[in-house]
Design a protein around this ligand. Structure first.
Ligand SMILES: C[S@@+](CC[C@H](N)C(=O)[O-])C[C@H]1O[C@@H](n2cnc3c(N)ncnc32)[C@H](O)[C@@H]1O
Length: 280
């Protein structure tokens, strides 16, 4: 696993600084897009919503379920979930700016009754044991300094039999020298703590009481994301450079292109169930 480089405060600063700028260029779904194949020319908003759809299907919450959204961003995935399923979503993020934006968007969408957003750290969840029927972590665990602690806390607040869905960028072994360099460069600049492999996720989930774990490598479906993110930011380079100068913008563009070109950096979608016998 790549070295840990980020604390929670660094990550919050990222999402309140450069992260906000990048998000303005990318859109409100702060995650990868899903394209069916090379002929699929869906725009970013469609492709990112499609990834959320896949996660909704995997989570498959029952009507009335309480769902925890770990690392909710500005609330777009949570709002897509409540638009399609009769559930209540509690979204957490470690940036006040994101939480406020998420609550505002829910209000605008008339969904404040079925969503709650608050500042909380997944490694120290402010919820009672067994509070949730399901949880998802969409591109948030890469930022967490201790994935094991995050999964222990998630297991604690899920009821036995509760479902967990994770979407995360990942290391696809064997990682070569250029792949390792790209992974380390991302960790050094974007509030990323570490990238996990599928094997590490399997081990961690089993250690924290999860069963029926299904890991899907969807790297080929999302790979276009890096190039498009670089293109989108490049198209607005001059405007974005006015905020903090051109260096961070150019660095981001270069790194996204290198990541997109390297098969050692991939993407996993994972579904698991908290052992139904864990409460007995
Ligand atoms: C790439 S964004 C994804 C946002 C959202 N899931 C989406 O798909 O639009 C990562 C999110 O993880 C959150 N995050 C990072 N570290 C966290 C932690 N320790 N506890 C809770 N959330 C965290 C950030 O605040 C941010 O909202």
């Amino acid at each position: 696993m790549a070295a840990e480089t980020s604390g929670v405060d660094d990550v919050a600063s990222f999402y309140e600084g450069l992260g906000q700028v990048l998000n303005a260029a990318w859109g409100e779904n702060l995650h990868y897009g899903y394209w069916e194949d090379g002929t699929d020319d869906s725009p970013v908003e469609v492709a990112t919503a499609r990834l959320t759809d896949l996660l909704v299907t995997l989570l498959d919450p029952a009507p009335g379920a309480a769902v925890l959204d770990i690392g909710c961003g500005v609330g777009k995935p949570a709002l897509q979930l409540v638009a399609t399923r009769d559930v209540h979503v509690t979204g957490i993020a470690i940036s006040d700016v994101e939480v406020e934006q998420a609550a505002e968007r829910a209000k605008e969408a008339g969904r404040s009754d079925v969503t709650t957003f608050r500042n909380a750290d997944v490694m120290e969840l402010p919820f009672a044991d067994g509070s949730f029927d399901g949880a998802w972590a969409v591109e948030s665990l890469l930022h967490v300094p201790d994935r094991g602690r995050a999964l222990a806390e998630t297991a604690r607040v899920l009821r036995p039999g509760g479902r967990l869905v994770i979407a995360d960028t990942a290391e696809i072994p064997p990682v070569g020298p250029e792949g390792r360099k790209v992974l380390n460069d991302i960790c050094a600049s974007y509030g990323v703590s570490s990238f996990a492999t599928a094997a590490e996720y399997l081990e961690l989930l089993a250690a924290h009481g999860f069963v029926d774990v299904e890991v899907r490598d969807i790297s080929d479906k999302v790979v276009r994301t890096g190039t498009i993110m670089a293109d989108v930011v490049e198209a607005r380079r001059d405007e974005l450079a006015k905020i903090d100068g051109p260096e961070p913008v150019d660095q981001y563009i270069g790194l996204m292109r290198r990541a997109a070109a390297n098969p050692d950096i991939g993407y996993l979608v994972i579904a698991a169930t908290l052992d139904p016998a864990s409460g007995s």
